[in-house]
Design a protein around this ligand. Structure first.
Ligand SMILES: *Cc1c(COP(=O)(O)O)cnc(C)c1O
Length: 326
């Protein structure tokens, strides 16, 4: 590996530093297991429950870590983020706790519950039309005219380091693992997890799991360049990214993880398993890890396996409907 390629990429030490920064602010989420799930899968499985993280997803980790590194000038002026999902809520709450004004750019058709939560945490919501307006341009314009710092959802070293703290805690609690399954959108979580594994469980076989409708990360790592796709149609709304981040691409290319895919039906099956055996409400994107493990379980018999359960934010009517129509 040349120093040229690795220059500027986040490191395992950055994940450890992030863990110190978020201590006492983010939850140390529980690690759960189920004898019956172990029997079904033929492996010993531990679930790291980020659906029980503050704001309902691991994204609070990265947001808090990144915002706590802002300079006094950046803190005074404020942060801007564009997201209709979990990153919006995470930035809104983390900024409020750090006394930083937050502006969140959200589409008019974002779920009302998500807009309400983002506002309730203290952020100012700016709406836009996702069919006629460009959210990146709006975010950049706000950053320029109001002096705000733009905080992206995955392609940022402090975000990646923060997301890696979930796996760091998992390895601290259960020791090394033979394999770990991680949901993948822009691959910030998988990148941070990879760094944590390098520090605490170097032999762990990493698996990223993305929606079958959008397997751009698998193609990107295979082709050696970042592949761009149209917004994939999938239940996994937290993984509807069109391309992975450059920093995750740089880190993951050094020693590519296995990338698996899951269909919507497999995600709903996993959602059902979480509710039945672990008593957990998990959103479709948060089910990617378990769905991937189920597909790979044949070659992991008797092994110690981890799954990152990345989030639990789903409208309950929709949740009930998906389980009913399964
Ligand atoms: C954002 C998100 C992901 C994907 O994370 P990336 O860092 O973009 O890969 C997975 N699950 C949930 C619940 C998310 O909110």
């Amino acid at each position: 590996m040349s120093t040229h390629l690795s220059h500027g990429l986040p490191t395992p030490d950055d994940v450890r530093a992030a863990a110190r920064r978020i201590a006492g602010h983010a939850h140390r989420t529980p690690v759960l297991s189920s004898r019956l799930v172990d029997e079904q899968l033929g492996a010993r499985v531990v679930f790291k429950c980020e659906n029980l993280q503050r704001t309902g997803a691991f994204k609070f980790r990265g947001a808090f870590n990144a915002l706590s590194r802002f300079t006094p000038e950046q803190r005074r002026a404020g942060v801007v983020a564009f997201s209709s999902g979990n990153h919006a809520q995470a930035v809104s709450l983390a900024a409020a706790e750090l006394g930083i004004p937050a502006t969140i750019v959200m589409p008019y058709d974002a779920p009302a519950a998500k807009v309400a939560a983002t506002k309730a945490y203290g952020g100012e919501v700016v709406r836009y039309d996702r069919y006629t307006e460009d959210r990146v341009a709006i975010g950049r314009e706000l950053a320029r005219t109001r002096g705000l710092t733009l905080l992206p959802p995955y392609d940022h070293p402090d975000i990646i380091a923060g997301q890696g703290t979930a796996a760091l805690e998992l390895f601290e609690e259960v020791g090394t693992l033979d394999a770990l399954f991680v949901p993948v959108g822009g691959a910030g979580l998988l990148c941070g997890t990879t760094l944590a594994a390098r520090a605490l469980s170097p032999g762990c076989e990493l698996h990223g799991v993305e929606p079958e409708a959008g397997d751009d990360v698998r193609r990107s790592l295979r082709e050696g360049r970042i592949v761009r796709i149209d917004t994939p149609e999938t239940l996994a709304d937290g993984a509807q990214t069109q391309f992975m981040g450059e920093l995750p691409f740089g880190v993951l290319s050094q020693d590519p993880p296995r990338i698996l895919t899951a269909t919507d039906a497999e995600l709903v099956d996993a959602m059902h398993t979480f509710a039945t055996y672990l008593k957990l409400v998990v959103e479709p994107t948060g089910c990617l890890g378990l769905a991937g493990l189920r597909a790979a379980a044949g070659r992991l018999r008797g092994r110690r396996v981890g799954v990152i359960v990345s989030g639990g934010n789903i409208d309950l009517e929709r949740y009930a409907g998906l389980l009913r129509d399964r």
